[in-house]
Design a protein around this ligand. Structure first.
Ligand SMILES: [Zn+2]
Ligand SMILES: [Zn+2]
Length: 398
């Protein structure tokens, strides 16, 4: 805990107790909040977790007489928040775990800015439940337009979809205005009332020596309004996690494990800023017939000895239909024929279809087949492997 923490954090507000609260009142407030906000009770709720930390930190200091004295002194000297100490950056609101943004506060003409108007973008850091390790920026200070967060998600595509390109719906979770209270944070039927301390300005002024300081109103945490009955859906935050489905076009030719960037499909920007980018990590399923080598498709096609010897035409499937291939007479097993442009769409040009011909040897023969093949063998009595034979003879028998 640093002096800076002391100056920036309002531990009394975090616990919801007045500055002159006695040890018993502080303990009581802490117990109640710690119970409500305990991570076991709020699994996966990042806001509750952040508040739980704030509350614990506040209690650590305020329950210790010596440290509480130091804290009070630091606040008295440095003005308790705002920019009095010349500290850069935003300053996290104590209670509520809702980061609030100094730039917004001072810019909000007439105050009474809706709850969440300033903090929303910051909370977006916790974004999109599914994305693991998503970027977080809880208290980024900005008064101008701010770009939305980049977001990462995953998609599983079939082999064909990956090769040909596909439009897929992606379900994503992101914070949005609470539908129950329309973002006011107040229980339906009630409404937030103007903060009596700052008269809705969200800012209070204080003079210290020759200077006048403006600082965010502690009573309303700079929002200009106070909620008596919090909205049950969003617990007064004005923001809930919402599921949205966006449709994205995955370009043709993506590979398994590839991370593709979809500009402007990430989290929305703040104050007119551009949206962030969406990164989709694609998983591509195997195909029962085709393989892939970069942009080329591979396919193994069995042919008979007779087809290989005499030549034939075989029709093979492609991703978008079929193609007929001329197998020349005297084709060796394992020979690969290239069909141009029938592979996977690549950058600039499409890949090729590589057809590997494999002579299939019958496992079982009928008596008639055996007879024919025996007479064929007799007819073709030349050595098919003269070099091997020569090598064996040169080495002698051993
Ligand atoms: Zn609500
Ligand atoms: Zn106020």
């Amino acid at each position: 805990m640093s002096t800076r923490d002391f100056i920036e954090k309002d531990y009394y507000a975090a616990l919801g107790v007045p500055k002159d609260a006695d040890a018993t009142a502080i303990k009581k407030a802490y117990r109640k909040l710690a119970q409500e906000l305990h991570p076991d009770k709020n699994p996966g709720n990042a806001d509750a977790e952040a508040r739980f930390k704030d509350v614990s930190e506040a209690y650590d200091v305020l329950s210790d007489t010596k440290r509480r004295g130091e804290y009070d002194e630091a606040r008295r000297l440095f003005g308790g928040g705002g920019r009095a100490g010349g500290f850069p950056g935003g300053f996290p609101g104590g209670a509520g775990g809702q980061p609030f943004d100094v730039g917004d506060l001072f810019g909000a003409a007439g105050g009474a800015a809706g709850r969440g108007a300033g903090g929303l973008g910051d909370i977006l850091g916790g974004l999109f439940g599914g994305a693991s390790g998503g970027p977080r920026a809880r208290s980024q200070a900005a008064s101008g337009p701010a770009r939305g967060q980049d977001v990462e998600t995953e998609a599983t595509l079939s082999f064909d979809e990956a090769a040909l390109g596909v439009t897929v719906p992606l379900r994503m979770q992101s914070p949005g205005t609470c539908p129950t209270c329309n973002g006011s944070g107040a229980k339906p039927g009630t409404s937030p009332h103007t903060c009596p301390v700052c008269q809705g300005a969200g800012v209070t002024s204080r003079s210290q020596g020759a200077f006048a300081f403006s600082e965010p109103c502690r009573n309303c945490r700079g929002t200009g309004s106070v909620v008596d009955d919090p909205c049950p859906t969003c617990a007064g935050n004005g923001v809930t996690t919402q599921t949205r489905t966006i449709t994205v076009r995955i370009p043709a030719g993506v590979k398994d494990g590839q991370r593709i960037r979809l500009p402007g499909k990430g989290a929305p920007g703040r104050r007119g800023g551009p949206a962030g980018d969406l990164f989709v990590v694609v998983h591509v399923s195997e195909h029962p017939l085709f393989g892939r080598k970069g942009d080329d498709l591979t396919l193994t096609v069995p042919i008979t000895f007779a087809e290989a010897a005499l030549g034939t035409t075989v029709t093979v499937p492609t991703l978008d239909g079929s193609v007929s291939l001329k197998v020349p007479a005297g084709t060796a097993s394992g020979r690969t024929l290239r069909v141009r442009g029938r592979g996977v769409a690549g950058k600039g040009r499409s890949g090729d279809l590589l057809v590997t011909l494999e002579v299939a040897v019958p496992v079982k023969l009928t008596a008639a087949q055996r007879k024919v093949i025996e007479s064929l063998a007799e007819e073709m009595d030349e050595d098919p492997r003269p070099q091997i034979t020569a090598a064996v003879q040169a080495g002698g028998e051993r």
